[in-house]
Ligand binder design. Structure first.
Ligand code: MN
Length: 734
């Protein structure tokens, strides 16, 4: 047994409290200190019997959370009070009413939000996800709820070593999944980085330790390099009369880890393990011109890479980030990222929301970016989406994505995630504009609604009253807003169609003397293996349920030993019927039955390719190449829907295949290529596209072939052409 020295503990609690008061002293107004003292005492009393997993008194945790709120987020007294009390309602006998009586309405409201969100996040199921949406909705009314929750999570991550392994995994994954992106969006860069690094430490300890170790090993050399890089700059900047700080900033372990994973490079191959940061002291009105002056000084000395200039001073990111980034060629032929900003910008970038309050008067316009983001969250949350898990996915996607700026014809700027399309833009303007969108003019040029926008584009949306959202629109949008609006609209359309279907099936039932009531409809749904009557009505309206099925159902009902038809066999039978009378080249499944199939457009398989079949929901079996880009996903997630497939004979049916050709732009090249293709036996060309640029050409040819033998023959002949360097088969037409 460990003897606990209660007296020493009491002293330590008081010490920690004093440290907290010291951290927030500057911001406290008259009476604030007393309220914080009261909150501290209430919390000590409420948690007095509790201990953390580490064995320490529980009160250390709320004090630490309050400390983070004060020091790292910069919250005022209400935030500190709430942080001290954040676990009381959930974990102790104190009620929300008690809190309200002691500290008033506002504090009670924030504590309520905090209690709800932890109830939601500490369990996992789809229902929780729906709650999560609701909670976030109340959260964005007072952003302090998110901020305190982030501080709470940060402290829990810092002390995660005391938890059991499975708890560690769960908490760390959640942190990476949700809290770090949230911190990022709120501009809390320091907290985001720490959350990510800690998250990685507990989800992939090996990778984390490996990178940490290598960073340590390479540190002396890096320091030397940085020294050499900044020495001459320091001199010139001082000469020019700048007041500045100039230093190297190591990149976080998590960002290095991501780079290794995404770019498939080794640690040694990553050149930007650090960035150089120049922070200048300059009055607000001279910020922009001084930052560019510094840029000019640096690029006089080191040569910049023109593609890597980022100006987030003229257009700050929506989380408020302002800075000028460039990458220059440093000593030893190494690229070095340089960040130029003022101390105000630096404070905002590191401490985000808190710093916004500090500079509120001087930077009210900049702050509206953050407000806009919060408004967007609200919009997203207010849109009810019954599939909450999907919603969280979309939501998260938008938390992570980088932004670009596009303009309306009148010159209003809109912020959208990178890779947004014209259709995303249309929904950003207004739901009705999105729903009726038929295309757009980007920089006065007509483009389809799936057109991917670029930063700086000016976009005019074209609409037609006749237009309505289509199923495939979901593939053309990436913003959570557009996705949920399209889904809603499709659901509405489906409902309307289903209503028509209901009338149709009612008449059909009457004709066959079947009673039209819930029971019969349910039986019929079960018989057809349909999940709901809505689905049945919908299919009826589309003409996918015919009279023969009603007749079969009657027979089945009347048969003495009603044996439920097995779902799988039913499906296969259905497919066999479909396939009858068609020419089939594929043998599918172990039992070698000839079945209906379609060739997947994502990889355009042709006879001779290694293939597999995939049972789709509404379109029979789709055949994919084994090396199709989608194959891994299909095989790993839906193994039960995969059927073996192979080609049987080589009947002369043509298949579309794509070939990419590249080489030097010799005169008559296109002519030469078409000649080779047309002379190839059993090959027909469908389309040909060529781009030339500076003596080089690249082209795509779509051809009809019978099998891989023909295709490979053609490819090897194309390779023989003088000037052709590369010929390869491609998956998709571009
Ligand atoms: Mn807590």
């Amino acid at each position: 047994m460990i003897q606990i020295d209660l007296e020493a503990e009491r002293k330590e609690i008081l010490n920690r409290y004093k440290r907290l008061i010291k951290a927030c002293k500057r911001r406290l107004e008259k009476g604030d200190k007393e309220t914080i003292r009261k909150a501290f005492e209430v919390s000590v009393e409420a948690h007095k019997e509790m201990r953390r997993k580490s064995g320490e008194p529980y009160i250390y945790h709320p004090i630490a959370v309050a400390q983070i709120c004060a020091e790292e987020i910069g919250l005022g007294s209400v935030g500190i009070v709430c942080a001290l009390l954040h676990d009381t309602v959930e974990d102790t006998d104190l009620t929300l009413e008690d809190i309200k009586g002691l500290f008033g309405e506002k504090v009670a409201q924030i504590i309520d939000g905090l209690t709800k969100i932890s109830g939601v996040i500490d369990n996992t199921s789809s229902l929780q996800a729906e709650n999560f949406r609701k909670v976030l909705l109340t959260l964005s009314e007072d952003v302090r709820v998110i901020l305190i929750k982030l501080a709470d999570r940060l402290h829990n991550m810092r002390t995660l070593e005391h938890m059991k392994r499975d708890k560690q995994m769960k908490i760390a994954s959640e942190t990476l999944f949700l809290y770090a992106p949230l911190a990022h969006r709120l501009g809390l860069n320091t907290i985001k980085t720490e959350l990510e690094d800690l998250g990685l430490k507990y989800t992939d300890a090996e990778a984390y330790n490996d990178i940490a170790e290598k960073l340590r090993e390479s540190e002396p050399e890096r320091k030397k390099f940085i020294q050499k890089f900044i020495e001459p700059l320091k001199e010139i900047l001082t000469e020019q009369g700048f007041k500045f700080k100039l230093f190297g900033r190591p990149k976080s372990i998590f960002s290095i880890y991501n780079k290794i994973k995404q770019k498939k490079v080794s640690f040694e191959e990553i050149y930007d393990l650090f960035a150089i940061r120049i922070v200048i002291d300059t009055p607000l009105e001279k910020e922009k011109s001084d930052c560019w002056k510094v840029y000019s000084i640096i690029t006089d000395f080191y040569h910049p890479s023109p593609e890597r200039l980022r100006d987030w001073i003229s257009t700050p990111k929506s989380n408020g980030y302002e800075s000028l980034h460039t990458t220059v060629m440093g000593p030893q032929g190494k690229w070095v990222e340089v960040q130029i900003r003022t101390s105000r910008m630096d404070d905002l970038a590191e401490n985000g929301y808190a710093a916004h309050w500090k500079y509120k008067d001087s930077a009210s316009e900049k702050e509206s970016n953050l407000e806009n983001w919060l408004i967007k969250i609200r919009e997203m949350l207010e849109n009810p989406d019954p599939n909450a898990l999907e919603f969280i996915d979309d939501f998260k996607l938008n938390l992570f994505s980088d932004e670009m700026f596009v303009f309306t014809p009148k010159g209003d700027m809109k912020t959208l995630p990178v890779k947004s399309t014209a259709l995303d833009f249309a929904f950003e303007i207004h739901t009705k504009v999105g729903e009726h969108c038929i295309g757009a003019k980007v920089n006065h040029k007509l483009v389809p609604l799936s057109h991917e926008l670029k930063s700086g584009d000016q976009v005019e949306i074209l609409t037609s009253k006749k237009q309505n959202p289509k199923e495939d629109w979901l593939n053309y949008v990436i913003t959570a807003k557009a996705k949920s609006k399209i889904k809603n609209s499709l659901k509405e359309q489906r409902k309307k169609i289903a209503e028509e279907g209901k009338e149709v099936i009612k008449r059909k039932f009457e004709r066959h003397k079947l009673e039209f009531n819930n029971k019969t409809i349910n039986d019929f749904c079960n018989y057809l293996k349909l999940p709901s009557s809505q689905e049945l009505y919908y299919r009826v309206a589309l003409g996918n349920v015919d009279v023969s099925e009603i007749k079969a159902f009657i027979k089945y009902k009347e048969s003495p030993n009603k044996k439920p038809v097995k779902a799988e066999t039913h499906k296969i039978e259905e497919l066999v019927t479909h396939a009858r009378g068609k020419s089939d080249m594929l043998v599918i499944g172990d039992d070698m039955q000839k079945l209906d199939y379609k060739l997947a457009p994502c990889c355009n398989p042709i006879p001779g390719d290694d293939v597999f079949g995939f049972i789709t929901v509404g379109e029979g079996i789709k055949i994919h190449r084994v090396n199709c880009p989608n194959a891994i996903k299909l095989l790993s997630n839906y193994a039960y829907r995969v059927v073996k497939a192979k080609w049987t004979n080589d009947e002369l049916i043509s298949f579309l295949a794509g070939i990419k050709i590249a080489g030097s732009d010799v005169i008559g090249m296109v002519n030469e290529i078409t000649k080779v293709i047309s002379s190839e036996h059993n090959v027909n060309m469908r389309s040909i596209n060529f781009d030339t640029d500076d003596g080089l050409f690249e082209g795509t040819v779509m051809v009809y072939v019978h099998d891989t033998k023909h295709l490979n023959h053609l490819i090897s002949n194309l390779k023989k052409i003088n000037g052709v360097n590369k010929v390869e088969r491609i998956d998709e037409e571009r």
